[in-house]
Design a protein around this ligand. Structure first.
Ligand SMILES: [Zn+2]
Length: 324
């Protein structure tokens, strides 16, 4: 096997393609692989439904793709890509085994970017592969769109939704998930009721039926409640425990702040009321027990017991989500 055959095999090329020339430049550190097809070769029409597989070459177009690095050197693939003449579809660029139409990167390079993208932020990916952020984003977006286009949401019945900040403290995004399959269905900017409308439209576009969603899980934001009522009309809303527990703790603290004016022993006790019993130190436990004794008659203590009753309700049965 000579060098050209080796590179032909490494690129996974088959008839009629082969590596015809290799140029390696130590400075500035790049490898250029030139591909050629067998003279006189014929190619299939790129139209998927066409089926004509021996169309004659009309002319060629010079193209270049970035490929996986050859050690520390950037590698590029070059080819004169034939345009074939199909009697039905006219003059068309042929499909290539190493790159998607319109991409300036080989499929292996794109696969590397996708692999990196699951493990690190995009700015790091761009740095690692020595490409601009926007090009790397374009690769990922194209594959995500292609993957999403084939998604089937027809079985979606229980939907969880939540908002999260995309950047610190601002730019909210809303995320929608299939609670049965444990997969993210949809994400969009914003956190108003319009996000539920967009989700419902996207669900329908992927074979799902907003009318068949019978359960939602979300926080108690007015936006989600309004959106669900309007766009997921048959859904029973459940509010997830995490958000409820946070609201209840806020309520306990509000009672404490109101009461501290008349009951100075409540000063500086905020964390005693908010932390779980298990996370309190022995001294904190004794202090809390003292505040909780019935004879102390604290409204804050009553609020805490309500919160705990509520949490005990969730604890009594692991299938609490069905308890509506
Ligand atoms: Zn055709």
């Amino acid at each position: 096997m000579d060098g050209l055959e080796l590179f032909t095999a490494a690129l996974g090329l088959g008839e009629p393609w082969r590596v015809s020339r290799v140029e390696f430049a130590e400075e500035p550190g790049r490898l250029d692989l030139h591909l050629a097809y067998r003279r006189g070769a014929r190619f299939p029409c790129p139209e998927p439904a066409c089926g004509r597989d021996r169309c004659p070459v009309h002319d060629t177009v010079d193209k270049t793709w970035r490929h996986l690095d050859f050690f520390q050197h950037k590698a590029f693939v070059h080819a004169r890509v034939p345009r074939v003449r199909c009697p039905q579809h006219g003059v068309r660029l042929v499909a290539l085994p190493w790159a998607r139409p319109g991409s300036g990167f080989t499929m292996l390079f794109e696969a590397l970017v996708l692999t990196f993208a699951t493990a690190m932020p995009m700015s790091k990916v761009a740095q690692s592969v020595r490409e601009h952020d926007t090009l790397v984003w374009r690769i990922v977006e194209r594959h995500v769109h292609a993957a999403r286009a084939t998604e089937d949401f027809s079985s979606v019945r229980r939907v969880g939704m939540d908002e999260t900040s995309a950047r610190k403290g601002q730019d909210y995004i809303s995320v929608f998930a299939d609670l049965d399959a444990g997969r993210v269905l949809f994400a969009t900017e914003g956190r108003d009721s319009g996000t539920v409308k967009q989700f419902a439209a996207d669900l329908a576009a992927h074979g799902g039926d907003p009318g068949q969603v019978h359960t939602t899980s979300s926080d108690m934001s007015a936006a989600f409640i309004a959106g669900i009522t309007k766009h997921l009309p048959n859904a029973v809303m459940t509010f997830d425990r995490y958000h409820l527990a946070a609201k209840l703790s806020e309520a306990v603290d509000a009672v404490r702040r109101a009461e501290v004016a008349t009951r100075p022993e409540l000063k500086h006790t905020r964390w005693l009321w908010l932390k779980n019993w298990a996370n309190l130190s022995p001294r904190q436990r004794r202090e809390l027990q003292l505040l909780l004794r019935p004879s102390a008659q604290l409204a804050t203590a009553r609020a805490l017991r309500w919160r705990e009753d509520f949490q005990a309700f969730y604890d009594q049965d692991p299938s609490y989500e069905d308890a509506h």
